[in-house]
Design a protein around this ligand. Structure first.
Ligand code: C2O
Ligand code: CU
Ligand code: CU
Length: 446
């Protein structure tokens, strides 16, 4: 144990102390970053007091290895499927060529025992994640997900960079992963009864006093919204889905819909301080109570070299806020006699939308005609949020996932660069996506 662990213990149900452990797979350095991933079944240890789960993971760990690379490098991932069902990997948030997007539209699924090589350049710095795009409701719940960190040449200087992955899992009375829950789950999305941070129940995070850290918060839950708080202490938001925002924004809480990423800078704190990584209760049935995901404990002071500038990046607006939309994407849902519940986009399940031309500005309005929250996700391209219920967002950013409020509207703008092919957009509540709340469309050359 390190010198700073004095006073840094978390009592679990069994009274045994747990320490946060999460080792990244560092593969950066050359022009090509080569990573071998193996998807396989295995025991998933979520912490003392819990039975090991029948998990599925990449390289035996949940979350899967953190893949680290630099902007401009090429990522080569050889995925071997050791599961007994087909799988694929979708690279969530990456601007890659359509054939590398990992959906069943652009590649045959990888059968058990087979291998597939993903290969693409990394044009953007940011926090991304990877997950199957095949039987997602089951494969993600079992633990198949991982994070990809791409660093640019001009990152803010911090004393430590961490990845915090939020998940929840639904266990049955016997402590095993519960079977899929039928119509209720199809309607509400699968909400876990055990909260996980980096694949563990209430892990401990040790920080040195006097230091400043960058936390990359990733929500991989099937349906759970996170209202992040660090025991109410102030922090600064510095990034979102598509990398840094323009300037740090002071906050004490921030919403992270399923699939979304938020980057924050925390600290400095003083020795002996303790706080909790929480999701606060808020409106909506998916967050009725405040829940603890992890415990932070501040040890002995260390010198700091942190330097977070007040100007992080410049983001040129794609379009004025009042630009009229050229397309509406309407989310709706209703009971179905045969399937219990259906979710639709523009009146149909698994909607086929019209083509999008390379280079033609897209201003879309996402209309939520349901009384529920839905996180809208666009594959392969970043967008800017112009308005949420008519108002400009708090800061300008690049996003691939955005919260669409109940009975609300979000207007987005994006520019299809020259990557023709078959793409999709969907609600990232995995059960809603499966129940039809998604659309396909082609990007075509003019
Ligand atoms: Cu993470 Cu089709 O999405
Ligand atoms: Cu995606
Ligand atoms: Cu939804």
């Amino acid at each position: 144990m390190s010198a700073m662990s004095k006073g840094c213990h978390v009592k679990t149900q069994t009274g045994k102390s747990e320490e946060y452990q999460y080792t990244p797979l560092v593969a950066a350095g050359g022009r090509e970053v080569v990573v071998n991933l193996e998807a396989a079944a295995g025991a998933w240890d979520i912490g003392a007091g819990y039975r090991p789960l029948d998990g599925w993971s990449y390289n035996g760990v949940t979350p899967g290895p953190i893949i680290e690379a630099r902007q401009g490098e090429t990522l080569v991932v050889r995925l071997t499927n050791r599961l007994d069902e087909p799988t694929t990997i979708h690279w969530h948030g990456l601007r890659l060529p359509a054939p590398m997007d990992g959906t069943e539209n652009v590649q045959p699924t990888i059968s058990p025992g087979e291998q597939f090589e993903y290969r693409f350049a990394l044009p953007d710095a940011g926090t991304f994640w990877y997950h199957p795009h095949s039987n997602e409701t089951v494969q993600l719940e079992r633990g198949l997900y991982g994070v990809l960190v791409v660093r640019g040449p001009d990152e803010p200087v911090v004393d430590r960079d961490r990845v915090l992955v939020f998940d929840d899992v639904r266990l049955d009375r016997g402590g095993a992963i519960a079977k899929p829950g039928g119509v209720m789950e199809r309607h509400n999305g699968r909400l876990g009864n055990v909260r996980l941070l980096n694949g563990r129940v209430n892990p401990m995070i040790e920080m040195a006093a006097g230091q400043v850290e960058r936390w990359r918060l990733v929500n991989v839950s099937s349906a759970r919204y996170i209202n992040f708080s660090l025991s109410g202490l102030p922090f600064r938001i510095v990034g979102s889905d598509g990398g840094l925002i323009e300037s740090p924004v002071d906050a004490t809480e921030v919403r992270i819909p399923p699939a979304d990423r938020i980057e924050i800078v925390v600290g400095p704190f003083t020795e002996g301080q303790r706080m909790e990584v929480q999701s606060l209760r808020s409106d909506g049935f998916r967050s009725r109570r405040t829940a603890t995901y992890g415990t932070v404990c501040v040890g002995q002071a260390r010198a700091s070299v942190a330097n977070v500038p007040s100007q992080l990046r410049e983001i040129t607006p794609l379009a004025p806020l009042n630009t009229p939309p050229i397309r509406q994407v309407t989310f709706f849902g209703f009971p179905s006699l045969t399937r219990g519940w259906d979710f639709t986009v523009n009146g149909e399940t698994h909607h086929q939308g019209g083509p999008v031309r390379v280079g033609e500005l897209q201003v879309w309005e996402i209309v939520n005609r349901t009384p529920m929250d839905h996180p809208f996700h666009l594959h392969g391209f970043f967008f800017q949020v112009l308005t949420i219920n008519g108002k400009a967002p708090q800061y300008r950013s690049w996003e691939d996932t955005v919260h669409v409020p109940p009975l609300g509207r979000v207007k987005i703008a994006w520019l299809p660069d020259d990557r023709p092919g078959s793409w999709m957009a969907h609600c990232h509540i995995l059960e809603h996506h499966a129940a039809g709340m998604m659309m396909h469309f082609d990007v075509v050359r003019a």
